[in-house]
Design a protein around this ligand. Structure first.
Ligand code: PAN
Ligand code: ZN
Length: 192
C-alpha cells in the first residue's frame, strides 16, 4: 500500500468493483439505528433480517493531507417504510475537507448540510460529478427501484470521519417515496 510510485486500477463493468482495493466495508440495517424516520418499519425489518444496505471498496493511502483516499460506494435499492436506503452519512473529522463524487450507475441523491443549517439535496445519475464542499455533511440515497447506486469518491487523506454528529441529530432532509413519486421532505425528528 505504501508505494511511492504512481499506480492505476480499473473499474470493470458491469459490477464496477475496483481491480485493486484495500478494504471492503459492508454496512447493514443495524448500523443505521435511529436514522430512518419510520422506526416501526425499521424494527420490523431488522427483526426479519439485518439487510445489507451498502458496500464500500476503499483504495487506502496514508492519512496525510497531501494524499487522496478513493474508492467505490455501492448502495443497494430498497426502502424502510417510505424512506429509501441510504448511507450513514458523516461530516469529515477535519471539517474543512472536501470530497468529489462521480456517479457511474443508478439514480439517487446526495443529501448535504453544513453546521450553519444550510441544506442541499443534489440528484445523482450516471455521468454526474458532485462536489461536496468543505464542512458539508453528506449522505447518499439510492432511489433506483432495482439498480444499485454506484459512485466513485475521492477525498483528502487526513479527512477522517465524524459519524457521531449525524447519529445524534440526523439530516434535516429525507428522501421518501410519496403519493406521486420521489419527495424530499423535512425530517420530523431532526434535532439540531
Ligand atoms: C465515502 C463514504 C461512503 C459510505 O467514502 O464513506 O459512501 O458512507 P458512510 O461513510 O457515511 O457510511 C465518503 O464520503 N468518505 O468520506
Ligand atoms: Zn466523506
Amino acid at each position: 500500500m505504501n508505494t511511492p510510485y504512481p499506480f492505476q486500477f480499473t473499474l470493470p463493468y458491469p459490477d464496477l468493483i475496483p481491480s485493486h482495493y484495500d478494504h471492503h466495508i459492508q454496512r447493514r440495517l443495524s448500523a443505521l439505528k435511529g436514522q430512518f424516520f419510520d422506526q416501526e418499519s425499521y424494527a420490523a425489518m431488522l427483526a426479519r433480517e439485518d439487510t445489507l444496505l451498502y458496500e464500500v471498496y476503499e483504495v487506502s493511502r496514508p492519512h496525510l493531507p497531501g494524499e487522496l483516499l478513493s474508492g467505490i460506494s455501492i448502495l443497494h435499492p430498497g426502502k424502510v417504510g417510505r424512506e429509501f436506503f441510504m448511507t450513514k452519512g458523516h461530516f469529515h473529522a477535519v471539517l474543512e475537507t472536501a470530497e468529489i463524487y462521480y456517479c457511474l450507475k443508478g439514480e439517487g441523491f446526495m443529501v448535504m448540510e453544513n453546521p450553519q443549517g444550510e441544506t442541499s439535496v443534489e440528484p445523482l445519475c450516471p455521468g454526474r460529478v458532485l462536489y461536496v464542499p468543505p464542512a458539508w455533511a453528506h449522505r447518499s440515497v439510492c432511489t433506483s427501484r432495482q439498480q444499485d447506486l454506484v459512485t466513485f469518491f475521492a477525498y483528502p487523506g487526513n479527512a477522517g470521519h465524524d459519524y457521531g454528529t449525524i447519529e445524534k441529530q440526523g439530516f434535516a432532509k429525507l428522501v421518501v417515496e410519496g403519493e406521486s413519486g420521489i419527495e424530499i421532505i423535512d425530517n420530523p425528528r431532526w434535532n439540531k
